[in-house]
Structure formats: C-alpha cells, structure tokens
Design a binder for this molecule. Structure first.
Ligand code: UGA
Length: 439
C-alpha cells in the first residue's frame, strides 16, 4: 500500500512539499496551527505568491489525495511526517529560533504510530536532528527520525521540488533510507543523485550550500566595489570569470545583494552554531560576507544622496521593486525594501511599486507609500531606483518613462536593465560596480 504522508507547517516549503508529494500519488495531510491558512489551503488557495503552486494545489485537492487540518489527530495513520516549519532568526541574536521545530516534534511524538518516520526538512543548526531523535525515542520508542534538507528556491519552488538537483538524506539506519527511497522513487528512477549521510552532515549540507551561495554573491559585490574604485565594469568582469567552468556564471549578478527568509539568517545561525561548537574561526569569513552584503544597500543610498545633492527632504523617489527577488511576494529581509525604508526615513517622499509584493510590504511598513500603478510611482520622480529585477521593469520604455519623471536619473540596483537603451533615451544611469557610477 502507498505510504501516507503528513507535512507539518504550510509555508513556502511545506505547502509546496505537500502539493508536490501528493502529485506523486501519495495521500498527504498538511498541518498548520494557523486556522486561516488551513482554511485557504483547503479551498485550493495559496496564502502567498509562488508561480504554478496554486494550480497544482487545486488539482491535488480535487483528486482527494491532499487535505489540510489544524489537528495533529489527523496524522495518526500517516507513515512519514515531514517537518517543514520555519526557523527564523531569534530577535536578540544571530541564532535560529527553534521554537516551531521543537513544538512540531513535541506534538508529533505522542500521536504518531509505531514504525513511522519523522523527516526534518527545516534548516536547523547542526546537532538538532540527533537531539530531536533522542527526544522522539524517549516519548515514542517505536518511531524514528531522519533529516532531508530542502534546496528549493522561491519563484521555482514547484519545479525545484519535483525535479531536485540532488536528494540528501541523513539517516541512522537502512530502514529509514528505504522509506525515503519509497517516497522519492520517481526521482530515483529519473536519475536524481542520492546522497546518504549521517544526521549532522545532512544538516550541514544545507547551511554549507546557502553559505557558498551567499559568499558567491558577496564576492561579486566586493568586486563591484573594486570596479568602482578602479574604474572597471563588474558586469563584464562577472561574464569573463564565469566562462571558467570552475567558477561558473550563475549567482554572479552584482547589485544590492541577497535577502529573503533564508540566506541572511542561515549564514548568521551557522556562525552562531560554529561558535557554540568551538569552531568560530572557521566561519569568520561569513561575517565579512554579511557586511559586504549590507554595504551594498548603503552604497545605493549614498548614490541617491549624491544625485540629489545630499538633500533628500521632500524629494520624490520612485522605487521599482519591494520583493527580495523577482517572481516572489516575499519581503523578508528584502534589500529593496530596506533601501526604500532608509530613504524614506531620511525625509524623501518614497513611492514603491511591486507587481506582487506591495501588499505584504505595506503590512510590514505601513508608513511607506505603495502603489500597484507604475505611472503613479514614476510621475514627477526626481530619481528612479530599480531594486527588484521583475521582467516587467526590463520591458519598460525608457523614452516613455522619461516624459513622466521630473529628472531622468536611474539607479539600477540589480544591473539588469539595458543601460545603453536608457542612456540613449536621455537618462543618467548609475549602477553598482560600473564605470560611470561615480561620474
Ligand atoms: C535560497 C537558495 O538558493 C535555495 O537553494 C535554498 O533552498 C533556499 O535559499 C532556502 O534555504 O530555503 P531563495 O532564498 O529562494 O533560495 O533565493 P535565491 O534565489 O537564492 O536568492 C537569494 C537572494 O540573492 C535574492 O535576494 C537575490 O536577489 C540575491 N542574488 C541572487 C543576488 O543578489 N545575485 C545573484 O547573482 C543571485
């Protein structure tokens, strides 16, 4: 008989995982403590924006295989329980907040049946899986726990989940690995690389991968600073080094840096954990990665100040983009929004446009002005900041926009617009890490 699966937590990770596992033919029950989220999901509605997810969710609910509930009683019959809850940064330090993971385990342990397998997917400090496993066996000696980190990217969550570039399973025995092989049988048949690891290594794979990606972005942003100082062009530099297959061209897009609910908090939690383990020095470089990243935001603000003759008060600044990256409405630690907030705090009259994230962003920063109307955002602006590289911004006609704004000055914080087209239309264009930045 096919395995029955439960998924605890229905955020980006859990909702996507539940819908995708259901599409593989399993019966899936998604659990969340938030009744309003569950009510939406039951109706086939996704509480956030993620391309393709709503269609898949509605389709899977219609098959009857996928259901949602707020009650842990509903998962008693399931064989495999995926923990997909969040691990945000704690309010008073760098570490990850383990409250939700711990309570998920405490809720699961007494109710799950003998022989069932709890599988952690949340990003956690190394050592968590072993601790949770010991606790689980104390309460429910017939159950087991494995770790299976998730590498999905927001904006590509469905495809990344259905077609992962690798599957990593942290297990303590063959039976746990066999159960996971049953869950991921389709991927295995398609040749997805399968890496069996012990529990700590599987937890480390995830934070190591995110640290590497963060380092790659900060590396190119450090090169952007050097290009500015030396009169070079970081976009050309990135292209040229990217042709070396050992370096690779992806994740070398210089700009205002990384944000979101993962990279920033993951590198910080990794540093905090390394310190606890007595290995602080090994990750000191991540502190630099973090500060290069935050510096990029400040550099845009400095450029705005320069262009507005150091006087921001009352000047209209048009901000294109609020999400931490395109194709997402996620504004957690968004560099775009951070810049908008700081410029607003300096006295400018900031108007932010985002095709999807204006709602979530205005909830977080009600004092900022948001609009869905791009013309309203741009009208009479003294400077335009391009901060999230949505496709629709690349399709703007710089000539038409010039007639809307008060002064045709553009800062491309993502190095994603066609600079020559904007210049040809009469714009003064600045971008991080490019020769004309300081002119
Ligand atoms: C990241 C990882 O890429 C996923 O593999 C991982 O599963 C996920 O975190 C997680 O831990 O859950 P995500 O946060 O969705 O995924 O976003 P990314 O695509 O990694 O982008 C992160 C940030 O880096 C964005 O703000 C993006 O604008 C920025 N970025 C990315 C750059 O500034 N330059 C680049 O070249 C690439």
């Amino acid at each position: 008989m096919a395995l029955k699966i439960s998924v605890i937590g229905t955020g980006y990770l859990g909702a996507t995982h539940a819908a995708c596992i259901s599409s593989l033919g399993f019966d899936v029950i998604g659990i969340d403590t938030d009744p309003s989220k569950v009510a939406l999901l039951q109706k086939g509605k996704v509480p956030f924006f993620e391309p393709d997810l709503e269609e898949l969710l509605a389709k899977e609910i219609a098959t009857g295989r996928l259901t949602f509930s707020t009650s842990f009683d509903a998962i008693k019959d399931a064989d495999v329980h995926f923990i997909c809850v969040g691990t945000p940064q704690v309010k008073d330090g760098l570490a990850a907040d383990m409250t939700y993971v711990n309570s998920a385990l405490e809720a699961l342990a007494p109710v799950i049946k003998a022989g069932s397998l709890v599988v952690g997917k949340s990003t956690v400090p190394v050592g968590t899986a072993a601790r949770l496993r010991a606790r689980l066996l104390e309460v429910n000696p017939g159950a087991d726990l494995a770790w299976n980190p998730e590498f999905l990217r927001e904006g590509f969550a469905v495809d990344d989940t259905l077609n992962p570039n690798r599957l990593v399973v942290g297990v303590t025995n063959d039976r746990a690995e066999d159960i996971l092989k049953e869950v991921y049988a389709k991927n295995l048949a398609n040749g997805t690389p399968w890496v069996r690891a012990d529990l700590p290594t599987s937890e480390l794979v995830k934070v190591a991968a995110n640290s590497f990606l963060a380092t790659k972005i900060s590396f190119i942003n450090a090169m952007a600073e050097i290009c500015e100082a030396a009169g070079g062009d970081v976009t050309v530099l990135a292209k040229a080094i990217g042709y070396d297959p050992r370096i690779g061209s992806r994740f070398l897009q210089a700009g205002i840096g990384f944000g979101g609910g993962c990279l920033p908090k993951d590198i910080r939690a990794f540093m905090a954990r390394a310190e606890e383990l007595g290995a602080k020095q090994a990750l000191e470089f991540l502190r630099e990665v973090d500060s290069i990243n935050l510096r990029a935001r400040q550099r845009v603000i400095d450029l705005v100040r320069k262009d507005l003759s150091e006087d921001l008060i009352g000047k209209k600044v048009a901000v294109l983009g609020a999400a931490f990256k395109p194709d997402s409405d996620d504004v957690r630690d968004s560099p775009a929004l951070d810049i908008a907030v700081q410029i607003h705090a300096a006295g400018a009259s900031v108007v932010v446009h985002d095709p999807k994230a204006a709602g979530p962003a205005s909830k977080r920063f009600p004092a900022l002005k948001f609009t869905d109307d791009i013309e309203e955002c741009l009208r009479d602006a003294e400077i335009v900041l391009h901060l999230t590289e949505w496709k629709m911004y690349r399709e703007l006609d710089p000539g038409v926009i010039k007639s809307l704004v008060k002064r045709a000055i553009l800062i491309d914080g993502r190095n994603a617009l066609d600079r020559s087209a904007w210049q040809a239309a009469g714009w003064r264009v600045r971008a991080l890490g490019r020769t004309d930045t300081n002119r």
